[in-house]
Design a protein around this ligand. Structure first.
Ligand code: NAG
Ligand code: NAG
Ligand code: NAG
Ligand code: ZN
Length: 319
């Protein structure tokens, strides 16, 4: 009888421990998902989704309005405009395995920090249904269900941010550029990175840069305190740009950061920074992914310790 009682107690304890791990909130129709975290880091995955609801028409191309020389993103072109696959084509390619990357990264960060989880926001819709890294109009083509999912996604990012006194958003993507490097986007164009004239105040980590006294922006972006350096030092086959090995992209392909990095980072205002991480294909393959995410988690936490904890010790979790 007593052993039964003890057994029951331990089962209840185990269940509590398992279920209390992470609160998960879904948006309308489960198109979006927010895994609530308990640290000052947010992972965002706008392009990894694979849901293809039939009642949301596919995004292909917007309508070119010659009079205003602009695109109108709608499935039915208003009078005077016409669908244009050259001028108003939209990106529709899924960033494969990026949801898996975010999940593995969160788990690894949890192991390293012994109990802390980043907030994770996921768009489960295929990119040709809704693109969560674009302005609302281009993202959803005026389709109410897609608009709702877009609003849910941005709402989750806003909610996660509101629980933090400051911190960092990592917007996780994938690309297939021939350079096979990892592109870290700080909303600074290829041209400005190549010029070597780096503007901290135009970057998505503006706030961090403004708080680090005696650390040059170059060191933070491509030098000894940069995320690129911390990733590369895990294994030098994880080549990054910008980093010590490649301070700028030169003639190579490079994504500098999209809607989320620009809007939710500290470029224009606020105390939460953002970095867009564009992963090469090979680090996302099922063979490499677990190993890579372990390395990425270590690199992110080193970047965190060096730059955020040194500066904001008392406020930020975990330091
Ligand atoms: C910052 O961005 C603004 C607006 O795009 C631009 O005019 C300015 O030249 C940039 N500053 C630097 C130092 O690059
Ligand atoms: C990085 O640190 C090393 C050792 O402290 C130093 O020799 C090197 O010049 C630094 N490099 C950069 C780019 O800051
Ligand atoms: C770096 O990663 C590659 C790819 O996984 C692997 O083949 C290589 O052995 C690694 N190097 C070290 C020093 O661990
Ligand atoms: Zn993407």
């Amino acid at each position: 009888m007593k052993t039964m009682y003890l057994l029951l107690l331990s089962i209840i304890y185990l269940l509590l421990k398992l279920t209390s791990s992470r609160e998960v909130i879904f948006g309308h129709n489960h198109f979006t998902e927010y895994q609530v975290g308990n640290m000052n880091l947010i992972l965002s995955v706008p392009h990894g989704g694979s849901m293809e609801p039939e009642d949301i028409p596919d995004r292909e191309a917007g309508c070119w309005d010659a009079e205003t020389s602009s695109c109108i993103f709608s499935h039915e072109c208003p009078p005077g405009s016409i669908q244009n696959y050259k001028k108003c084509k939209v990106s529709t390619k899924q960033d494969r395995y990026t949801i898996e990357v975010a999940q593995a990264l969160a788990e690894e960060i949890n192991k390293i920090t012994d109990g802390f989880f980043p907030h994770t926001v996921i768009n489960h819709l295929q990119r040709f249904k809704m693109d969560a890294n674009r302005e609302k109009e281009e993202a959803s083509f005026g389709v109410p269900q897609a608009e709702q999912a877009w609003e849910d996604y941005m709402g989750f990012l806003t909610t996660a941010k509101s629980q933090m006194t400051g911190g960092l958003i990592l917007d996780i993507h994938g690309q297939a550029h021939p350079e096979q490097w990892i592109e870290l986007g700080y909303t600074l164009s290829k041209t400005s990175l190549n010029s070597g004239v780096l503007s901290a105040s135009n970057s998505s980590i503006r706030y961090l840069a403004s708080q680090l006294v005696g650390v040059s922006f170059e060191t933070l972006l491509a030098g000894n305190r940069s995320l690129g350096k911390y990733i590369e030092e895990q294994n030098n086959s994880y080549i990054c740009v910008p980093s010590l090995s490649n301070p700028s992209p030169n003639n190579g392909n490079y994504y500098s950061g999209g809607y989320i990095t620009k809007t939710f980072g500290s470029r224009h205002s606020g105390v939460v920074d953002a970095i867009q991480i564009e992963l090469s294909q090979w680090v996302r393959t099922p063979e490499e992914l677990p190993k890579f995410c372990k390395a990425l988690a270590k690199a992110v936490m080193k970047f965190w310790q060096t730059n955020y904890c040194s500066q904001f010790k008392h406020e930020f979790l975990p330091c």
